[in-house]
Design a protein around this ligand. Structure first.
Ligand code: ADP
Ligand code: NI
Length: 229
């Protein structure tokens, strides 16, 4: 069963914009650790991890993504029973950063575990590399100190989905630095805090090396605003 699952998923996500089987395996590793601590059902967690990116709106389009076409047909091919299929699809339909921006969050413990693990893989040392990889695949510079983020404004879903950032450091402020606040499990909170420190250190050093003092101030103000206590 697992071999077929890996094969079906691998056929769909073979691009290298931060979405490949390596990402899936890292998320699986984290999610299994979280599932143990949070007493979540590991079969459901594993299926949802493998299938969580096969209908990503960025690759299949917003309409197709809503239908979860790939995830649903893979579960059918694997002959997964109906109640498990429904739980897995419910998780995938309700996770992800743009869903969060629309006010949609996972509600089952399995969904929270998968979502927290997926978000943790976007931050920390791995997150910095993934952001760099994604940005360079779009031809974006990593950092342009002249393009200061718009003053602390709420990010609209439309803007996030259109991906209007001009350099990759912007993405840390649009999403990555906010992730610890979005954790729904104790395990996710602990892991995300460690990873957050790495990103903050990295950004501080980058701004010092680039002689971008105003960015240091911007970062501190941002963290005060979002992590006041
Ligand atoms: P995930 O699968 O973790 O939910 P996404 O589908 O949102 O992540 O994006 C894949 C990877 O690319 C993530 O590590 C994310 O942070 C990164 N990424 C997405 N959008 C951007 C962007 N505009 N600039 C830089 N990195 C990005
Ligand atoms: Ni993912």
């Amino acid at each position: 069963m697992k071999n077929k699952l890996v094969q079906y998923v691998g056929q769909i996500i073979k691009d290298n914009q931060g979405h490949d089987l390596e990402h899936v395996y890292r998320v699986l590793d984290l999610a299994m650790t979280f599932a143990g601590a949070e007493k979540a059902d590991k079969q459901i967690v594993e299926l949802a991890v493998f299938l969580h990116d096969v209908d990503d709106y960025k690759f299949v389009g917003i309409e197709q993504a809503r239908k979860l076409y790939h995830a649903s047909s893979i579960l059918d091919k694997l002959e997964i029973e109906a109640n498990i299929k429904a739980k897995v699809l419910d998780i995938i339909a309700n996770m992800g950063y743009s869903k969060y921006l629309e006010g949609i969050r996972p509600t089952s413990i399995e969904g929270m575990v998968v979502s927290d693990a997926d978000m943790c893989d976007a931050i920390g040392a791995t997150g910095i590399l993934r952001a760099y990889e994604y940005g360079s695949s779009k031809g974006l510079p990593f950092f342009d100190k002249n393009i200061i983020p718009v003053p602390l404004k709420e990010l609209s879903v439309a803007k996030y989905k259109k991906n209007l950032n001009h350099h990759t450091v912007q993405h840390f402020f649009d999403k990555l630095l906010l992730i610890p606040n979005l954790m729904q499990t104790k395990s996710g909170k602990a892991e995300s805090r460690c990873r957050q420190k790495i990103m903050i250190d990295f950004l501080k050093h980058l701004f010092i090396e680039e002689k971008a003092e105003n960015w240091l101030g911007y970062l501190e103000e941002f963290l005060r605003k979002h992590y006041a206590n």
